[in-house]
Design a binder for this molecule. Structure first.
Ligand code: SF4
Ligand SMILES: [Zn+2]
Ligand SMILES: [Zn+2]
Length: 304
């Protein structure tokens, strides 16, 4: 049997680490990924000179790659400072490992790191808060995690929060908003920042999951962690599978859908929400909300 011809990098001729549309060696694949992120940041003015950016760091694949790439492109800016924020939900046999890894990554990159726990902020870990409430673990976890990230981001000088959302995450969220006819979410994402909440930036939203995972592996920063014990069937998981299925017949349909959705958002940027809900301040914590009291304060029965 004839030996297989090795795939060679289309830029330098060295052994390629990835075939298909990439066909690049380790060096050129990583350069391509970093350049995509740098160009996206510059085109969209996601980071400006002299800014202090909070970076949500869970210790998982996407947020670790985000912090790593941001730290690498810092020299392209004047005096930009990063602060990594990790939320400890107190989920046993799961969070300890990602928490330790988040700490290791931040130390290695020499980036200031803050760890804020559910216990110190809301008086209990996720399992204990769940005992008294009739709400799913992921709903409570997501709302309270966002609340902590928002509060911590606001405590630093320039309230900008970078998250590790990928192109696939963006497409999934868009599809979920459409499937559930979540007009509030669609219009709120499209409308300009009100100044009452931190500005969310997603530097990795030009990379698909494959690019992020391969970059993490090639840089030696990818770690396998056990799945959260609360993870289960979800609409997001179904939508992810749907995009994966479609990709085999319609390559790049996920990216095209995310682009089309972003164009839709730009075209409705100044549309008034038909439900009459606008961004306000929570009567209890002062955080952003579309009602009188924010979701986090409702879920933890916060009192004024
Ligand atoms: S799976 Fe659910 S409970 Fe577990 S970390 Fe994710 S959002 Fe939180
Ligand atoms: Zn090469
Ligand atoms: Zn509130």
């Amino acid at each position: 049997m004839a030996a297989e011809t090795p795939l060679l990098c289309k830029t330098c001729g060295a052994n390629a680490v990835s075939g298909g549309e990439y066909l690049l060696c380790t060096t050129h694949f990583c350069e391509m990924v970093e350049k995509k992120v740098r160009t996206h940041i510059a085109d969209q003015n996601l980071i400006l000179d002299n800014e202090h950016i909070a970076v949500a760091l869970s210790g998982g694949k996407d947020s670790t790659v985000l912090l790593y790439i941001l730290s690498k492109i810092l020299p392209y800016f004047e005096r930009v400072k990063l602060t990594a924020i990790t939320v400890d939900e107190g989920i046993p046999n799961y969070r300890e490992q990602t928490l330790a890894y988040a700490q290791e990554v931040a130390n290695f990159l020499n980036i200031e790191h803050r760890i804020i726990s559910f216990r110190e902020t809301f008086g209990g870990s996720l399992p204990s808060l769940l005992k008294k409430r009739n709400v799913s673990a992921c709903t409570l976890c997501g709302v309270l995690r966002r609340k902590i990230l928002e509060q911590e981001t606001f405590s630093i000088a320039v309230p900008k929060l970078a998250t590790g959302h990928s192109l696939d995450d963006e497409a999934e969220t868009a599809m979920m908003n459409i499937l559930t006819a979540n007009i509030d979410a669609i219009i709120n994402t499209a409308s300009p920042n009100s100044g009452k909440e931190s500005l969310r930036i997603k530097p990795l939203s030009v990379l698909n999951e494959y690019e992020i995972a391969l970059y993490g592996i090639l840089k030696g920063i990818f770690r396998e962690f056990p799945e959260c014990p609360y993870a289960g069937p979800s609409l997001r998981a179904e939508v992810r599978q749907m995009f994966l299925n479609m990709e085999s017949t319609y390559p790049n349909i996920t990216g095209q859908f995310a682009d089309n959705y972003n164009s839709l958002l730009s075209s409705i940027a100044n549309v008034e929400n038909p439900s009459g809900k606008s961004k306000k301040e929570c009567n209890i914590c002062g955080g952003p909300t579309s009602g009188d009291i924010c979701r986090a304060c409702i879920l933890i029965d916060a009192k004024k």
